[in-house]
Design a protein around this ligand. Structure first.
Ligand SMILES: Cc1cc2nc3c(=O)[nH]c(=O)nc-3n(C[C@H](O)[C@H](O)[C@H](O)COP(=O)(O)OP(=O)(O)OC[C@H]3O[C@@H](n4cnc5c(N)ncnc54)[C@H](O)[C@@H]3O)c2cc1C
Length: 455
């Protein structure tokens, strides 16, 4: 197979992937359709353009999972973090940058690299030969999207996300909630208790609907307009259709008995479902929404048992092209259907079902290293599960529920527990420190094995 690595998409992921692979000595061809073919969100022809906010979020690598990802990317000589440091703006604990000079510096660094060449133009087909990374992002062009769908099946490539909020299990009040599947359905006890139920009285339901209707909502960006599928209507749109619509939809109270108060039938029930194999995260079933983030936390904390909820991520609906990675990719980020053929195709960035600039760049970093190692005949395992990068890759290629898979940002709910530490809110600071200490150690060890291989 040709020893060149072709990378499609010069966004946050593709730029980082190119940098990493080129630094390992591999010849890289970076394909980018802009400025020839535009997207509705990008404004320039630069690589690494940030399409909306200018922030890489928290830079706290001891208490925050995104900050930890920054740390790991810096340790791995990441281009995005280097250029972010160069163009950093004051933003408290966040890593914000001057976006245009930032993207120009990313572009220049790639153009100057002796192992990187650039080909402008849209890639419209999935390749049949050679080593490739597809990092075309949430706004993958329509033609390439159609080609990917032809390979994966229509139901495994989504063009919109419909994200229901995700809550940390430890922050749910189990004195109010209980575990039960509707009508106790399922063969095993685990299945019969697959859902976590939060009961509402009529007054609580009425107040919840009123708050939902009054809450501020976000608008779609120009060019992003969605026709909602009936299966994933935002809850506020359902509530607008009738006061009781939600009670006959995701909040229906039937087939459930509250063990804390068996005599009283709840008027409505909000259900949550496990979101990861570790059981540390639960999503609120059917609660995709366009409410603004601040409004979401206020409205969702009105749900009994969620008064003190901590959210690993809030809900949303966006134009977003992403794969059902748990079924389609292996932990080396390769398309399983092409294993053993003439083409080794990896995916990286937001199209793999991670969410956010930092997560996308991190997945680019990993894909770049894995692809380069493959070309160089080196045996490189994917990032260790206890690192932030590893927690993400293990989630999207294994830990996440494939049936309900929606994009995920990095958060401590994806991390395996550290034994012997206190749960709950009080132990949080120590726990996060333990996660980040452990992550740094295993990530550094992973990097060190590569340094040894390079020597
Ligand atoms: C409107 C909008 C707002 C967002 N706001 C934020 C935010 O504020 N904060 C945040 O963290 N994340 C935000 N995101 C998510 C953000 O897009 C991603 O986090 C990040 O840009 C993804 O990086 P990526 O490299 O995967 O994709 P991108 O950065 O989008 O890069 C993909 C690249 O592939 C190119 N491309 C696409 N198709 C082809 C093709 N067929 N051939 C050749 N090139 C192609 C594109 O031109 C683009 O340069 C937003 C997304 C959208 C759509």
């Amino acid at each position: 197979m040709d020893k060149k690595l072709h990378i499609v998409g010069g966004g946050l992921a593709g730029s980082e992937a190119a940098w990493q692979a080129a630094n390992m000595g591999v010849e890289v061809v970076l394909h980018e359709m802009r400025p020839e073919v535009e997207t509705f969100a990008h404004q320039t022809g630069s690589f690494g353009e940030m399409v909306c906010s200018n922030s890489f979020r928290s830079d706290d690598h001891e208490q925050n999972a995104v900050g930890l990802l920054h740390w790991e990317m810096r340790a791995a000589n990441g281009l995005i973090m280097q250029m972010a440091a160069k163009h950093r703006l004051p933003a408290g604990g966040a890593l914000a940058v001057d976006r245009d000079p930032f993207a120009e510096s990313v572009t220049q660094a790639l153009l100057d690299h002796p192992n990187i060449s650039v080909e402008y133009g849209e890639v419209t087909e999935l390749p049949t030969e050679g080593h490739w990374i597809i990092a075309t992002g949430p706004l993958t062009s329509a033609k390439l999207g159609a080609a990917i769908q032809a390979e994966t099946g229509a139901e495994r490539l989504a063009f919109f996300d419909a994200i229901a909020p995700i809550v940390y299990a430890e922050s749910i009040n189990m004195d109010v909630a209980w575990m039960q599947s509707r009508y106790d359905k399922g063969e095993t006890e685990e299945e019969q208790k697959a859902y976590l139920n939060c009961p509402m009285t009529k007054d609580q339901y009425d107040a919840f609907i009123a708050a939902l209707m009054a809450a501020e909502k976000t608008e779609f960006h120009d060019g992003e307009t969605a026709t909602y599928f009936d299966g994933c209507l935002p809850i506020e749109v359902m509530a607008e259709r009738g006061h009781d619509t939600l009670r006959f939809g995701p909040m229906k109270p039937v087939g459930l008995t509250n063990p804390h108060d068996p005599e009283n039938k709840p008027y409505a029930v909000v259900q949550l479902r496990r979101d990861n194999a570790l059981g540390t995260l639960f999503n609120i079933v059917g609660f995709q929404t366009k409410m603004k983030y601040g409004a979401q936390t206020e409205v969702f904390k009105m749900i009994p048992a969620l008064e003190d909820a901590s959210f690993a991520r809030l809900g949303g609906i966006h134009r977003n092209t992403f794969l059902n990675s748990p079924t389609l990719l292996d932990d080396q980020m390769r398309l399983k259907s092409r294993l053993g053929t003439g083409a080794s195709i990896r995916f990286a960035g937001q199209v793999t079902g991670v969410e956010g600039y930092v997560e996308s760049a991190a997945m680019g970093l990993l894909a770049g290293r894995l692809a380069a190692a493959e070309i160089l005949g080196q045996d490189l395992e994917t990032a260790p599960q206890d690192s932030a990068m590893g927690a993400l890759i293990h989630h999207i290629t294994g830990g996440a529920e494939a049936k309900t898979f929606q994009p995920m940002n990095v958060n401590f709910g994806l991390f395996r527990p550290v034994e012997g530490l206190k749960g709950g809110r009080r132990g949080r600071k120590d726990r996060y420190k333990a996660y980040t200490d452990r992550a740094k150690q295993v990530f550094q060890e992973w990097l060190d094995t590569q340094a040894t291989q390079e020597n």
